[in-house]
Design a protein around this ligand. Structure first.
Ligand code: CS2
Ligand code: MG
Length: 412
């Protein structure tokens, strides 16, 4: 690209991909400019990390050299339209990493935190929800209590389903993580919709009975129900005034949400596996959902996420960015900058990262009284220690695979 799009003379001189596993696998892109400014982006795609690393190293990094780092939108379009092959998790995660690294650079050059470049703070802080879980109701209630004692204003409640051996959302071992699997190959889980549908309302009733209604209660269905089953669940949870139920049904079929909507007033959230605005166009413009959960790292970076949230704002739909631990501290911080600056912010997921991530990523965000703030360091506000990252080599890991009792594969 020879077109000069800004008055600066700075160019990109290096784009480097670092794969490391400080607590879990993370793929980090580091871009350096001719002025010696560096920016980082998160290119982690859980269970498929090396595909994005290769897409970047083999196909994207060579294209960046010599380009103007200030021309974020043009570079975004060059990587999206210029590839001819568009969308998909690998492509869009790679583009997201470039986008966030360039916003980081822009902030550092301007001496401003990224949220200031996005229009400034629209609120004092970002409401986050924590992940409570338990092997039975008393354990779940103890865990919810811990989050409330720490000041969380919103808690997601997941619990083991009696009669189902392993369930999404349960912590294990040191209590810190439930994904990905331990082994070098995927673990298998066996799902039972009937048992789950009977159990969830009992669990939520217990939570509301013990703690009342002065905090937000959330639940992740993790794509496991058919639309009519999801409608049944939404209806059965209405007395517990859920903040949302998440991913009630697989969302490849956007139209499916119309059916759920017709049957329940429980708010619906979806989008963590979406990669672009086209994945949620009808969900938003036909008001089939209440919260759009697309993430910085899997939906094309800060630039594209802002477009999705702006579209949603027109239809009264609020943001609810995915913030699981497999999104590195870089994309979590980037999400906080977006959350703070958009008008239609709803809720941010906060699944704390596993130690020893702090040896590699130094963050400047804060948590106080249930609200988070990205901090005022120039750029994204996360420093990446490449030498430390080298001490934690990549380990192949997969997400679990779900089956039904007859052995057929079900959504995990
Ligand atoms: C999840 C994730 O946080 C969530 O809401 O659904 O834990 C999801 O399973 C992982 O991000 C997959 O990598
Ligand atoms: Mg989820």
């Amino acid at each position: 690209m020879s077109t000069s799009t800004s008055t600066t003379t700075s160019t990109i001189v290096e784009a480097k991909v670092i794969v490391s596993s400080p607590g879990r696998n993370y793929v980090t892109l580091k871009i350096t400019t001719s002025d010696g400014v560096t920016g980082i982006g998160d290119a982690t795609l859980n269970g498929r990390e090396l595909s994005v690393a290769s897409y970047l190293e083999d196909h994207v990094c060579p294209l960046l050299i010599g380009k103007d780092p200030a021309a974020i939108e043009r570079i975004w379009q060059y990587l999206y339209k210029g590839a001819y092959w568009r969308r998909g998790p690998v492509t869009m995660t790679a583009i997201a990493a470039v986008d966030v690294a360039l916003w980081d650079i822009k902030g550092k050059v301007a001496g401003l935190p990224v949220y200031q470049l996005l229009g400034g703070a629209a609120r004092e802080g970002v409401t986050v929800y924590g992940h409570a879980s338990g092997n039975d109701i008393p354990q779940l209630l103890d865990d919810v209590a811990k989050f409330r004692d720490r000041g969380f204003r919103a808690v997601r409640a997941q619990a083991a389903v009696p009669g189902v051996a392993k369930v999404y959302g349960m912590r294990k071992g040191d209590g810190n993580t439930y994904e990905p699997a331990d082994g070098e190959l995927p673990s298998e889980e066996c799902w039972d919709t009937g048992k789950y549908l009977d159990w969830v309302p009992r669990k939520m009733a217990a939570v509301r009975e013990r703690f009342g209604y002065d905090f937000h209660l959330l639940h992740d269905v993790h794509h496991r129900l058919t639309p009519i089953e999801a409608a049944h669940l939404g209806k059965s949870l209405e007395p517990f005034r859920m903040f949302w139920i998440e991913d009630p049904t697989p969302a490849e079929d956007q139209e499916a949400f119309r059916l759920i909507r017709q049957h329940t007033t429980t708010p619906l959230a979806v989008g963590e596996i979406f990669n672009s605005i086209w994945d949620c166009q009808h969900l938003i413009t036909e008001r089939l959902i209440d919260y759009i959960r697309t993430s910085v790292s899997h939906a094309g970076g800060i630039s594209h996420l802002r477009k999705i949230f702006s579209l949603a704002e027109l239809y009264g739909i609020r943001s609810g960015s995915h913030g699981a631990g497999d999104l590195s501290p870089v994309s979590f911080a980037a999400a906080l900058h977006v959350d703070l600056s958009v008008q239609n912010f709803g809720m941010q997921e906060y699944m704390e990262h596993l130690p020893p991530y702090q040896e590699v990523f130094t963050t400047s965000w804060t948590f106080e009284d249930g609200l988070m703030h990205p901090g005022d360091a120039p750029g994204i506000g996360v420093e990446f220690d490449e030498e430390a990252a080298a001490r934690f080599p990549y380990e192949r890991k997969y997400l679990p695979v779900n089956t039904l009792a007859d052995g057929s594969v079900h959504d995990w």
